[in-house]
Design a protein around this ligand. Structure first.
Ligand code: BES
Ligand code: MN
Ligand code: ZN
Length: 502
């Protein structure tokens, strides 16, 4: 989709759909919405007076213009109550409006920047959020459909134009709109990778996607295979992969700007399918386990953004890709494996595989001299029980890094909530026969799972984000259609930018 910013007036902008907005409770709109209302002979005020339009979030009233404006139709997007207004509500309102415009058959959509007027938001940030919401909301995964369905029959929106009257704001709005497009497209890259089923999105296929992205953006890319992993002593990672016919891959991406002194490592869990292994999962909803590579997908999307946004910090992307299957060579419950750093692990449950591949991936990041390690993983059902689908769960050994991750998430519209990490929780990971066991039972499962990974970061500042509840959605959310959400992409890129400024 083309995204552009033009200087002009909404009442002179030709398009299939023109998006304006309304706060809840406003009866006489001003600004661009007022101008459009006037050109249409007061129909928007009338709609408010009649209770047809209330300005509630999720509302998008379609008004045909019948030639009274160069726009074929007007969409009035509800912004909700003014007191609850935020950048994330801009994303939501923009997404609802864009989808309503598409449903009405619009190909060329024009819009004002939501929130930059009476909303009181910074024009640049508001433009970014307006474009993010639009592009993220219009996303569809259709590459495997050969016949149209009802939703698929709607033509794609091909162009999105932000219209701004004030020439003094144009430059900031252009910057924001461009950044919004890049942020949304990187998120959609992660969604595509997640939505592809496990027979197509194998560890090798994920590595190929990483190579292609690196070639496009100028990142260095290196892919290690099972022989490399064996040579490096990554027994925890290999143990998970050995039950599958699909060989594992460790995908390494490097961004190295001139004279950056510090290195941030972004480490992603990428189980292209998690059957549970011999500790087999039930059949119900097992198909969702194709999304178990959501952490790795977030790292790939974030690395693409890093290449584009150019933070002043080295960034190492590490994606541990494997398939967890119960084949004849599969590891058994009770097996003991040795991770790259020499620590031994009793595998008490083969379905706690994410922490095993991450043990080696995090140890690798540390061996590369990372100053900060942040891992992202669809790690535990316990995190979904604790936080639902609203927040990712954070476990960390470093308060400053944890705060930076949470703040980076807030800027991205991605909620992240920190779990406590009292030393008592680590007791749960003690094994009778090895240094650790990989499964500590049901209680505090999201915390013990996170702390297990942290053991391999040792004294390096580390944070873990469990995205089991937020990586995908089974219902359409305001700007996340069903399927992979790409959660983490924008947070991790924001984090790199933050650490580059610090
Ligand atoms: N990939 C799953 C976690 C998961 C479960 C993500 C549900 C999204 C929805 C992970 O590998 C897993 O199976 N975790 C186990 C750990 C347990 C055996 C300690 C879990 O959460 O049940
Ligand atoms: Mn599992
Ligand atoms: Zn898993």
């Amino acid at each position: 989709m083309r995204v552009e910013v033009v200087h002009g007036s909404v009442v002179e902008t030709p398009c299939d759909a023109l998006v304006v907005n309304l706060f809840q409770g406003v009866t006489a709109p001003g600004g661009a919405t007022g101008a459009v209302d006037q050109a249409l002979g007061g129909v928007i005020r009338q709609a408010v007076a009649d209770g047809e339009l209330r300005g509630r979030l999720k509302e998008a009233l379609v008004v045909p213009t019948y030639g009274r404006l160069p726009a074929r139709r007007v969409l009035v997007a509800g912004l909700g109550p003014r007191e609850q207004f935020s950048l994330d509500r801009v994303r939501q309102a923009a997404a609802h409006a864009a989808r309503a415009a598409r449903r009405a058959g619009s190909r060329q959509v024009a819009s004002i920047v939501h929130g930059a007027g009476v909303g009181g938001l910074e024009p640049e940030a508001a433009a970014q959020a307006t474009v993010e919401g639009t592009v993220l909301g219009l996303y569809r995964f259709r590459e495997l459909k050969t016949t149209g369905d009802e939703e698929g029959d709607q033509a794609d929106v091909t162009g999105f134009t932000l219209v701004e009257r004030d020439p003094g704001r144009l430059e900031a709005i252009r910057r924001g709109a461009e950044r919004g497009r890049r942020y949304a497209e990187a998120t959609c890259l992660a969604r595509d990778l997640m939505n592809r089923p496990a027979n197509l999105m194998t560890p090798a296929a994920l590595a190929e996607a990483a190579r292609a992205m690196a070639a496009e953006t100028g990142l260095e890319c290196e892919v290690l295979d099972e022989n490399d992993l064996a040579r490096m002593g990554m027994g925890a990672f290999l143990g998970v992969a050995q039950g599958s016919a699909q060989p594992p891959r460790l995908i390494l991406l490097r961004y190295r700007p001139r004279d950056a002194r510090h290195t941030l490592a972004l480490v992603g869990k990428a189980l292209t399918f998690d059957s549970g292994g011999l500790s087999l999962k039930g059949a119900e909803r097992m198909e969702e386990m194709k999304f178990d590579m959501g952490g790795g997908a977030a790292v790939l999307g974030a690395m693409r953004l890093v290449a584009q946004e150019q933070p002043a910090v080295n960034v190492l992307g590490v994606v541990a890709a494997a398939e967890n299957m119960p084949g004849g060579r599969a590891q058994r419950p009770g097996d003991v494996v040795r991770a790259m750093n020499g620590r031994t692990i009793e595998v008490t449950n083969t379905d706690a595989e994410g922490r095993l591949v991450l043990a080696d991936a995090v140890a690798y990041a540390r061996s590369q001299g990372a100053d900060w390690i942040v891992d992202v993983a669809t790690l535990t059902g316990a995190c979904v029980v604790a936080l639902g689908h609203v927040n990712g769960g954070l476990v960390s050994n470093n308060e400053a890094l944890a705060d930076a991750v949470i703040a980076a998430g807030r800027d991205a519209g991605e909620g992240i909530w920190a779990f406590p990490t009292n030393p008592e929780y680590k007791e749960l990971l003690k094994s009778d026969v090895a240094d650790y066991k990989n499964s500590a039972g049901r209680n505090a499962g999201a915390i013990s799972g996170g702390l297990f990974i942290g053991a391999f970061a040792e004294d390096t500042p580390w944070a873990h984000v469990d995205i089991a509840g937020t990586a995908w959605t089974t219902t359409d959310l305001p700007y996340h259609p069903k399927g992979g959400t790409g959660f983490g992409v924008r947070t991790l890129a924001n984090l790199a930018l933050r650490l580059g400024r610090a």
